[in-house]
Design a protein around this ligand. Sequence first.
Ligand code: HEC
Ligand code: HEC
Ligand code: HEC
Ligand code: HEC
Ligand code: HEC
Ligand code: HEC
Ligand code: HEC
Ligand code: HEC
Ligand code: HEC
Length: 436
Amino acid sequence: MRSHRTIGAWLARGVWAAAVLLALVGGQDAAEAADQTGHVKTQCEICHSGLGRTAAALPALQFRQDVHADKGFTCVDCHGGDPRAADKQQAKGPSTGYRGRPTGAGIVTTCARCHSDAELMRRYAPTQRIDQASEYATSVHARRLAAGDARVATCISCHGAHGIRLVSDAKSPVYPLNVATTCAACHANEAYMKGERLAGGAQLPTNQLHDYQASIHYRALTKGNDLSAPTCNDCHGNHGAAPPGVGAVANVCGTCHAVFAARFEQSTHKQIFDRACVECHGNHAVQPSSDEMLGSGAKAVCVTCHSPGDNGLAAADKMRGGIERLKGDIAHARALVDRVANQGMEVSDQALALGEAGNRLTLARTEIHAANPASLDPIVAEGLAIVAGVDTAGQAALAELRFRRKGLFGSLAAILVVVVALGIKIRELDRARRSP
Ligand code: HEC
Ligand code: HEC
Ligand code: HEC
Ligand code: HEC
Ligand code: HEC
Ligand code: HEC
Ligand code: HEC
Ligand code: HEC
Ligand code: HEC
């Protein structure tokens, strides 16, 4: 407890030391009130940045790094007031339009005044979307806010209020690598979320970050540097955060895994599953898939609902059988091709064909999402036919090698005979020369 307070005090002292320093450097010449970048300082900024160790000073200091300051906006664009008045009372008088500190829905209105204004945004950032507030209005956050829940996220929970950065800035709280932590500030905080309920009435879980960090998506994003891997907002929307409803999950996953979603669409499961992909893969803790997930083995997902003897499990086993056969044949053919290649034979055609067969295997793993052996069979058959061709070519190459080896052996033997005969002849000549 005590050490917390000490560290807190120490940190606060650091912040205020920096604050005073910046104030001295930046706010010195109040008369001129324009910095090197041409940014004209308002009296609001000048007074506030000199307020020392108070909560009212920090916004003025943070605002110097703000994208809005870069565009020439000032305090009054969000707060109202008279920017030319050096006196506090005058700056915030009744006729100045001063609005004070916005809260709750007032924050959304403050930001939306510009961000929902097509004409204004076109002037500053022509390609910028203007649907943040209307999207936000569809979120659970907005609906709960309207019902009086002040704990939900508003614009500033995810972007900050001062020191707002471009979303492409790696330091922005909504940069892909930072989003999970931004959402988790609330969603992983059990005490903060206590009493928040799912639509069904159960306590809202707080394990999303924990589960997500165990997923292949998180690993691909953070370890694999794959920015196309999803974080929270890719599945929940940037502004319309809500759990994907019944029937919508396949669309969420399908934004990236489109072919899987299309096959799932054709399956019997489509009509039955409320949670689509999530029924078999989970939502936050999606794991790398494996062939063991298919069939009737202990690790198969099919056995959680299907029992021995029913059509579903029979189909599962049949599809797994096809995949295993193709996988086995590919492995066998690859070993053969490698053997032949090691002996110096040209195998680029065969290697190419094996790549083709591998594509069929990938396609087969996608096709199982239609849950229909009849649509899988032709793909497996094509793969097997390609592998059979490679196998034939590989066997022919082996036979050729055997033939060449025989030929080589024949020529070596002939050379040996000549060498031996020459040796004998030389010795005879030698002997003949030495004899008197
Ligand atoms: C001469 C100094 C001075 C000037 C000029 C000034 N302020 Fe303030 N402002 C303060 C102080 C001190 C506070 C701390 C709280 C208080 O005393 O009201 C404050 C508080 C605020 C707050 C927080 C209000 C709240 O309810 O928490 C906002 C927002 C604010 N000022 C905006 C502005 C804006 C916008 C301008 C320019 C139009 C401005 N201020 C001009 C000194 C000033
Ligand atoms: C892009 C809009 C925007 C701009 C520009 C802006 N503010 Fe704010 N300000 C807000 C919002 C929103 C809040 C409420 C923050 C919160 O509740 O945490 C706020 C809060 C404040 C507060 C109260 C802080 C507190 O912790 O009690 C002060 C003081 C303040 N702003 C001063 C300023 C000053 C001075 C400037 C100009 C240098 C400025 N603001 C520019 C949106 C803005
Ligand atoms: C729950 C968190 C969250 C809330 C609440 C939120 N945003 Fe965002 N915002 C994001 C994320 C995430 C992005 C996208 C970042 C990216 O594209 O990589 C974003 C992007 C943006 C952008 C860049 C353009 C765009 O649409 O992609 C703007 C502007 C913006 N938000 C404004 C707002 C405004 C205004 C509000 C309030 C109405 C708001 N945001 C509320 C998380 C949030
Ligand atoms: C006075 C008009 C105005 C207000 C009020 C305003 N913004 Fe902006 N905002 C802009 C403009 C203009 C840009 C510049 C767009 C750009 O350069 O991409 C911008 C940029 C942004 C960006 C960066 C977008 C990007 O392209 O990366 C974010 C995030 C943002 N604003 C959030 C907010 C939030 C949150 C609020 C409310 C607290 C707010 N804005 C209030 C006009 C405004
Ligand atoms: C300021 C705290 C805060 C932040 C930050 C925040 N949320 Fe929330 N969120 C809440 C609260 C509170 C609820 C309401 C819970 C409830 O009763 O449904 C909620 C609800 C939700 C829900 C609906 C849950 C349900 O009821 O089914 C989703 C989905 C969600 N948030 C996603 C996100 C995502 C994604 C982010 C980040 C981009 C985020 N949230 C950021 C506080 C926050
Ligand atoms: C790969 C997509 C995906 C990612 C990434 C993701 N979610 Fe979800 N999330 C879902 C789906 C799908 C559901 C609804 C699941 C269901 O119906 O069971 C959901 C449900 C939720 C809910 C409702 C309560 C619950 O747990 O069921 C919240 C809150 C939530 N997610 C927050 C987050 C946060 C915070 C993050 C980032 C740390 C995140 N999600 C990342 C897909 C995702
Ligand atoms: C924003 C794009 C995106 C979204 C949305 C998305 N994923 Fe992914 N997914 C990826 C990427 C990228 C990978 C990593 C591919 C790799 O490196 O193996 C991946 C990997 C996977 C894997 C492992 C594949 C393997 O090789 O074993 C599965 C399973 C998966 N995702 C299922 C889902 C499900 C289920 C959802 C919806 C709840 C979903 N994904 C949403 C992009 C996405
Ligand atoms: C009925 C259960 C089930 C459903 C529903 C399901 N999957 Fe799968 N998924 C599997 C199985 C089983 C595998 C493993 C197949 C294999 O490797 O033989 C798999 C594998 C995957 C893979 C990795 C394929 C590869 O090349 O290794 C991805 C990506 C994937 N699924 C995405 C999805 C998406 C997206 C959805 C929803 C549209 C979905 N799945 C719905 C059972 C399911
Ligand atoms: C969440 C439960 C669940 C899981 C997991 C599941 N199924 Fe199903 N499946 C069903 C239900 C319910 C039906 C429709 C009733 C039936 O025919 O058994 C069905 C139907 C089927 C059918 C159509 C059967 C027919 O009579 O036409 C096939 C094929 C099938 N499933 C294959 C699979 C495969 C393969 C897996 C594993 C990758 C799997 N299922 C996983 C619930 C599930």
